[in-house]
Design a protein around this ligand. Structure first.
Ligand SMILES: [Zn+2]
Length: 507
């Protein structure tokens, strides 16, 4: 085999990413029965070779911090390392998917419920006894079968990453190749939990007592699922209007919702098509699929707007950028653009203009959204703190389940189950990307209001600015570099605290 070069890796990388993304799109859109990722990895074995790792690692080491070369080398190394680890874990991941498809939980009364349906049944159960019976069966099944699989997966992942020869530990390696300082983010999470504790205590007690009619001290994560499954406003978000309403708003903002024909909307009804909207960038920027199956309701609107944010980002990316700036990078950036779009549902003016929510319903809707937002933020802060310990290696594997229950319980006030300690984990610190995306989204929203007024989402000057200043750059910059460039400020939770306070006190 010939020795790899960086340009060779870029060319092959582009073909590889295109194949993976097309396979994902076709399987999830119901165009083919299943995805065959292993075959794609096998065709591009050079990308996961020892030579490719050595080349990208040594290139990275040979660059100077702060330079454009360093930026590019870091992205290439991060990607080669991730692809290599993902390939080694692919068999375990496939075993897990097969388990999820076939597993069945058995309730104490003998009723059998497929694993994949049980979370939905828990959220929909109006009688708390039914909910807890379902949850008990779910936790028993997960503890016996899924948790050991997942624990093995994370142990393997940690060993594989430590063997890459980049940093001494998993967390040091992550910090080096992602450019994200985990200790700074963890400290910010502690600060956020502390700062919003009083606000959360108030709305948590009220929400649990009024909406579920139970003692707040008794509330479990299963109750949280039921509480967040609020459906009273779903009628104001009709399925038939979704695509047109969003396209109209984008046009009013001066953005083409197809990004000059780059975004292909697949809204056709088809067997085997996933019910939640998703985005597949098959070629960046010229072939981006936005797949949906509208069924209405606020969750459907939120998911569609989120995925549209990703699609617009890919579709407006500069075509002349190298592979690594168009395809790779800090996913906090693309997640922040997705959140910028889905958080339009938190804007009273947007809700009045583009949904059928009545004037009287806007404030109750916003307060409910504030409860959900703060719950999720506190949950993600807690997840990050726990995941830093999980990957950190200082807490023994057997002690992690108790730490999980304590950390998540403290942050969310809901009682968690030890069974989920290895199941409720986002691999590779994806929670860190979401948290930084949330911070960036709140900062960008403030910036857009300052620059283009409170109704920035229908100001025809906003779209062109977003397209050139944000989307065109792909993910060349880290989220915090972007924050400094466009808002002159570092990433913090401050704008999010302000936005959340406004939501929960909407009147
Ligand atoms: Zn996303």
């Amino acid at each position: 085999m010939t020795t790899p070069t960086l340009d060779g890796l870029r060319r092959e990388g582009e073909t590889f990413m295109e194949s993976l993304s097309r396979e994902y799109y076709r399987a999830q859109a119901g165009l083919q029965p299943e995805a065959h990722f292993q075959a794609i990895y096998a065709r591009h074995a050079a990308l996961t070779s020892e030579d490719a790792l050595d080349l990208t690692r040594e290139t990275f080491r040979g660059t100077t911090p702060g330079t454009e070369d360093r930026r590019s080398a870091r992205l290439m190394l991060d990607w080669v390392a991730e692809t290599r680890v993902s390939r080694a874990l692919a068999e375990l991941d496939e075993r897990e998917i097969a388990w999820e498809t076939n597993a069945v939980a058995t309730l104490d009364d003998g009723t059998r419920v497929p694993y994949q349906r049980i979370a939905i049944d828990i959220a929909n159960a109006t009688d708390r006894r039914d909910r807890l019976a379902l949850e008990k069966a779910r936790a028993r099944l997960v503890a016996a079968e899924l948790a050991p699989l997942k624990r093995e997966r994370f142990q393997r992942e940690r060993d594989l990453v430590e063997a890459l020869g980049i940093g001494p530990t998993y967390n040091a390696t992550f910090a080096e190749i992602s450019g994200i300082d985990l200790s700074v983010l963890a400290a910010q999470c502690e600060g956020f939990l502390h700062e919003t504790q009083a606000m959360w205590d108030d709305i948590f007690r009220e929400g649990v007592r009024d909406k579920l009619g139970i003692d707040p001290r008794e509330a479990t994560r299963a109750d949280a699922l039921a509480l967040l499954r609020a459906r009273e406003f779903d009628g104001a978000f009709p399925a038939a209007a979704l695509e047109d309403v969003v396209k109209r708003q984008m046009a009013e903002m001066g953005l083409d919702a197809t990004a000059h024909g780059h975004i292909i909307v697949d809204a056709a009804e088809r067997d085997g098509k996933r019910s939640r909207a998703f985005c597949s960038p098959v070629r960046v920027p010229s072939e981006v699929y936005l797949v949906l199956r509208p069924h209405g309701g606020q969750t459907d609107y939120r998911t569609f707007l989120h995925e549209l944010g990703h699609a617009l980002h890919f579709g407006y990316t500069r075509p002349d950028y190298p592979f690594e700036f168009r395809w790779l990078g800090d996913n906090s950036v693309t997640e922040s653009y997705a959140m910028l779009c889905d958080h339009l549902l938190h804007d009273p003016g947007w809700l009045r203009r583009y949904t059928e929510l009545s004037k009287a319903d806007v404030c109750p809707f916003l307060r409910a959204a504030g409860f959900e937002e703060l719950q999720f933020l506190r949950r993600y802060c807690s997840k990050l703190l726990y995941e830093v310990a999980l990957y950190g290696g200082e807490v023994p594997w057997d002690a992690l389940p108790d730490l999980y229950v304590e950390t998540l319980g403290r942050g969310t006030s809901f009682r968690y189950d030890t069974a989920d300690a290895f199941v409720d984990v986002d691999p590779r610190f994806y929670a860190a990307r979401y948290l930084r995306a949330w911070q960036l989204q709140a900062l960008l929203t403030e910036r857009l209001r300052d620059r283009f007024d409170a109704d920035w989402y229908r100001n025809p000057r906003t779209g062109p600015w977003i397209a050139t200043e944000l989307f065109a750059e792909g993910q060349r910059e880290l989220a915090d570099e972007l924050a400094k460039r466009v808002a002159g400020r570092p990433l913090t939770f401050e704008p999010l605290v302000r936005a959340t306070e406004a939501l929960v006190s909407a009147s």
